[in-house]
Design a protein. Structure first.
Length: 392
């Protein structure tokens, strides 16, 4: 890839010849300034492994559960209104995540939320371990729009924690619904119990770090030591900047959650449940009524497969997610295999493939609108009175 110099704001600038001087490292002990990062074979092997696994799932595993011809017949039997309803639900699901971004990053505008969300989602859906790459895309775009690094860090932490808590909490809600309806099975109860334990532990740990500044300081020193050891092994200067950054980020995150925590919770729940409704709409659209496949079992399958998709096995869980949905939803109901497969493939086409195309368009918009860009200012930063307020 052609090297492009980026100035402090994240905006592309003219290339400047490096002047001689002492060796400079990044704040996290990265490669010296001016030296291109290393690229190598492991990424290629990951691509091949992900491609091989995906091909194996679609060529062998899914056909073992349902015939593609029968699934296609179920899809073609849908009316235009049924297909349109699933598509509208999918587009609505995309829109529901924009408020999450706007709430977690003060000052973010609707059109910016739309562009950064679609671009980062497209990257996450197409690159192995794409979540990490998507974070880089998000950071570059937000910095180019003038948001400061601390505000971006708070945004990433808040959305990450809230999304994780909702993913861990949904199995508990699903199992409660199955208990009420009498459709509970043993494996579902065990998975839900595990999710509940992890949810409680994660919530308590997060609350503890936020509430105890001394613990946060000790954690920051531990991060500094780990980064320092890695840097020294690579012959680089060991940075010691994690602790003050973490303490400042902690105070700003507390201020953000104090002012917007409830709105953040509601918006995140709406976004996740809207994705579930897309799956439910696809299942009903192919002709499976509630008495054959109840909404609570669909919710349980959605919740458990979402946890499975968190593992970076293939880009966006492609192949793994489809297999998980079909295997779970057809367990004990082989006669529904074709319809369920059709619904799952339609659901993934709307929620996985469509965002890839929209993400490409979003990146074009980002690169073609330099008027949106600005040097770093206080966008996304709460007032000093909020940050300096009492900390729980």
């Amino acid at each position: 890839m052609e090297r492009v110099d980026i100035d402090a704001s994240g905006v592309e600038g003219p290339e400047v010849a490096p002047s001689p001087g002492p060796r400079v490292t990044s704040p996290l002990g990265g490669p010296p300034a001016g030296r291109p990062p290393r690229t190598g074979g492991p990424s290629g092997y990951r691509y091949l492994a992900a491609f091989g696994l995906t091909a194996g799932i679609f060529a062998f595993a899914l056909p073992h559960l349902a015939d593609y011809g029968d699934a296609w017949a179920s899809l073609t039997a849908m009316t235009e209104y049924e297909l349109g309803g699933v598509l509208v639900a999918g587009l609505w699901n995309l829109v529901t995540y924009w408020p999450v971004l706007i709430i977690s990053l003060p000052g973010l505008r609707v059109h910016e939320a739309a562009v950064v969300n679609q671009a980062s989602t497209a990257v996450a859906n197409t690159v192995p371990a794409g979540g990490a790459v998507a974070l880089g895309v998000t950071y570059r775009m937000l910095r180019a729009w003038g948001f400061t690094s601390p505000s971006i860090a708070n945004h990433v932490l808040a959305t990450g924690v809230w999304n994780t808590l909702v993913k861990l909490g949904l199995p508990v809600v699903a199992v409660a619904a199955m208990v009420v309806s009498g459709a509970l099975h043993g494996p579902a109860l065990e998975l839900a119990a595990t999710g509940l334990v992890v949810l409680v532990v994660l919530g308590l740990a997060s609350a503890r770090v936020l509430a105890d500044e001394r613990l946060a300081r000790r954690f920051g020193r531990w991060v500094d030591s780990v980064i320092g050891r890695v840097a020294r092994r690579r012959g680089r200067v060991a940075p010691t900047e994690a602790t003050p950054w973490l303490l400042r980020t902690r105070r700003e995150l507390i201020a953000l959650l104090r002012r917007r925590g409830l709105a953040m919770t509601v918006a995140t729940l709406v976004s996740h449940l809207s994705l579930y409704l897309v799956l439910l709409a696809a299942i009903r659209g192919v002709g499976i009524p509630d008495d054959q496949l109840g909404w609570e079992k669909v919710l349980a399958g959605f919740a458990f497969v979402r946890l499975l998709a968190a593992l970076p096995v293939t880009p966006g869980g492609f192949g793994v997610v489809e297999l998980g949905y079909v295997a779970y939803l057809t367990a004990g109901a082989d006669e529904l295999a074709a319809e369920v497969t059709a619904a799952v493939l339609l659901f993934r086409a709307v929620t996985f493939l469509v965002p890839v195309g929209l993400g490409a368009a979003a990146w074009v918009v980002f690169t073609a609108r330099p008027s949106w860009r600005r040097p770093p200012d206080t966008r996304g930063v709460l007032g000093e009175a909020d940050v300096a307020g009492p900390v729980p």
